[in-house]
Design a protein around this ligand. Structure first.
Ligand code: CS2
Ligand code: MG
Length: 388
């Protein structure tokens, strides 16, 4: 575990021949649980096994635990899976994307985050992202009467207890269409715009918001309602043509079964790190492709450069790529995880180093130890807990 600006959990696997592979097991706010799951329950099972048997290892960790799915389990399995892919690709002397079928495109389109508490601040933030070359931009905004721009953390909220934020869905729904009206007027019709509702609306509210935002031609509306209620998306889908993206908190293909089979969404948002690794995420993307659903891998700062790199290899290789979220990292994080992937003019490339192309500076990592930190929690104006 290391905290070069925020906490990351990294697994390193070493073979008898001295080949090493890295995997990301970071679960924001629950890091110690995954680290312990790995060290106490997974590492003893791996010692002495054949690192080339990736599918078999995945199945034995998934089925062999008897207790299935869940973010802690799947982040731990993901770390093993990615480390083994890293090893296999290094042994082959190839960048991972070559083992996934080779490249389907030359580079990986990203979107960046813009946010502001009011319109001038938001416009400045969008202009800053455009100046950095981002070809698509996620727009989040302050809501009159609420204290904070929601769904955004500017700094690491370290501390023993989570920060409490406030929320009012009615105020939000009244305000957001007006924000997109102004953004479209200022930046024109071509700039791809995204928006994250962060699980806060009911299906009928989400349907209404999707409809209200149709004139502004969003690239996607993300997590419009808590999607463990997959049936709820039928109501949203029937009522709006705004494209929908879901899945950053999912950890298994079964979380998507209704959403994909009934084509209720347009983008699947899972990351390598939280979905059990490259092995199951490639399967999800192939399943999604049957329904013309595309990828939109989750890429916040709480996915480490190791998990990010694994995702970029997949982005380059799959046919039904949509977009990759990329928030960048602190300078120190880039130093702790020296990497072959590049970010140029808003596009990522995994690089051509053998493996996933990320190393870990263990000394530097150790100089920045884990520090307890939680995501905020949300309460309505009367004090009721709400989805954050
Ligand atoms: C967000 C995330 O990137 C996104 O779309 O929803 O920043 C999310 O809040 C964090 O990953 C939570 O750890
Ligand atoms: Mg999100």
């Amino acid at each position: 575990m290391t905290s070069p600006g925020r906490n990351f959990v990294t697994l390193k696997i070493e073979t008898d021949d001295g080949v090493t592979g890295l995997g990301d097991a970071t679960l924001n706010g629950r890091e110690l649980a995954v680290a312990t799951y790995l060290s106490e329950h997974v590492v003893p099972l791996l010692t002495g096994t054949d690192p080339h048997r990736i599918e078999d290892t995945w199945q034995s960790l998934y089925r062999g635990a008897y207790w299935r799915r869940g973010p802690v389990t799947m982040a731990a399995i993901a770390a093993v899976d990615v480390a083994l892919w890293d090893i296999k690709a290094k042994v082959a002397g190839l960048p991972l994307y070559q083992l996934l079928g080779g490249k389907s495109r030359d580079r990986v389109r990203t979107y960046g985050h813009a946010h502001g508490s009011d319109m001038p601040e938001l416009f400045d933030s969008i202009n800053a992202r455009i100046a950095q070359g981002y070809p698509a931009i996620r727009v989040q905004t302050g809501i009159p009467g609420l204290r904070k721009v929601y769904g955004v953390r500017s700094t690491l909220d370290q501390g023993v207890l989570p920060v409490v934020e406030d929320w009012d869905s009615a105020a939000y729904m009244r305000h957001v269409p007006a924000v997109f009206e102004e953004v479209r007027n200022e930046f024109g019709p071509r700039l791809p715009l995204l928006h994250d509702v962060h699980h806060r609306l009911t299906p009928i509210q989400a349907a209404r918001l999707g409809r209200d935002l149709e004139p502004y031609d969003l690239f996607w509306l993300e997590d419009c309602t808590p999607a463990e209620n997959q049936d709820g998306l039928r109501l949203v889908r029937r009522n709006t043509t705004t494209p929908l993206a879901i899945g950053e908190v999912f950890n298994s293909v079964f979380d998507y079964q209704t959403l994909v089979n009934e084509q209720l969404i347009d983008y699947v948002r899972s990351s390598v790190t939280h979905f059990g690794g490259v092995t199951p995420l490639k399967k999800l993307f192939d399943f999604a492709a049957l329904h013309q659903i595309r990828s939109g891998i989750h890429g916040p700062e709480d996915i480490s450069p190791v998990g990010m790199a694994a995702g970029i290899h997949l982005d380059l290789a799959i046919h039904n790529f949509g977009i990759q979220e990329y928030s960048g990292y602190t300078d120190l994080t880039h130093e702790v995880f020296p990497h072959a992937f590049t970010f140029t003019d808003g596009y990522l490339h995994p690089g051509d180093a053998p493996g996933i192309g990320v190393e870990l500076d263990e000394q530097l990592a150790a100089a920045h130890p884990y520090a307890p930190a939680y995501l905020p929690v949300n309460r309505l104006l009367d004090g009721t807990v709400h989805d954050w």
